[in-house]
Design a protein around this ligand. Structure first.
Ligand code: S3P
Length: 181
């Protein structure tokens, strides 16, 4: 577990778990900067994630994703960083998330994710094909990986608002800091 107070706070979790929305609000409340890893990749590649997948494929995306995580986590500037849902599949990324970051897992039940993503799966190349089958397959593969790197697990419950989620995260972060002192 990382003990540096300036370590990056990395949000991980499945697509649709709210990493960007919650991360942005959390950063605001903590007075820190918010970085969305996917947006960083889009900026440096000069194209959208779906276009990148179409042009170069998933493997190339994973290389850039890994390099961007390494660079952002290495800054140790206390930023809040929203990671893509597939970040945990690479063992090197898992090492960075456990060694360099305070990593928060936004754990949202699979059924809720299916509902959320059915409404908005555009811009998510990993979900092309049968949506429900793709979610199930990736969820099964990734669930224990999220669990293995998270120093904080936030389990979202039905009806919890954005405000409630951010409040809960602030409490959990405070408890984590107390535990380390
Ligand atoms: C991916 C998730 C996406 C994005 C890319 C791959 C994945 O990010 O990084 O499309 O493999 O789960 P979000 O989790 O923000 O949708």
């Amino acid at each position: 577990m990382n003990r540096n107070p300036d370590s990056v706070i990395a949000l991980i979790g499945f697509m649709g778990s709210g990493k960007t929305t919650i991360g942005r609000k959390l950063a605001e409340r903590l007075g820190r900067d918010f970085i969305d890893l996917d947006s960083r990749i889009e900026e440096s590649a000069g194209m959208s994630i779906p276009d990148f997948f179409k042009k170069f494929g998933e493997q190339e995306f994973r290389k850039i994703e890994s390099a961007t995580l390494k660079s952002e986590a290495g800054k140790e500037n206390g930023n809040v960083l929203a990671c893509g849902g597939g970040i945990v599949e690479n063992p090197k990324n898992r090492e960075i998330l456990t060694g360099k970051c305070t990593t928060i897992w936004l754990d949202v039940p699979e059924l809720e994710l299916i509902q959320r993503l059915s409404k908005d799966f555009s811009g998510r190349p990993m979900l092309s094909g049968n949506l429900e089958e793709r979610i199930k397959l990736l969820f099964e593969r990734r669930f224990h990986l999220y669990a293995s790197v998270a120093s904080i697990r936030y389990s979202w419950r039905e009806g919890e608002t954005l405000q409630a989620s951010v409040d809960a995260l602030i409490t959990l972060l405070g408890a984590e800091v107390d535990k380390l002192q």
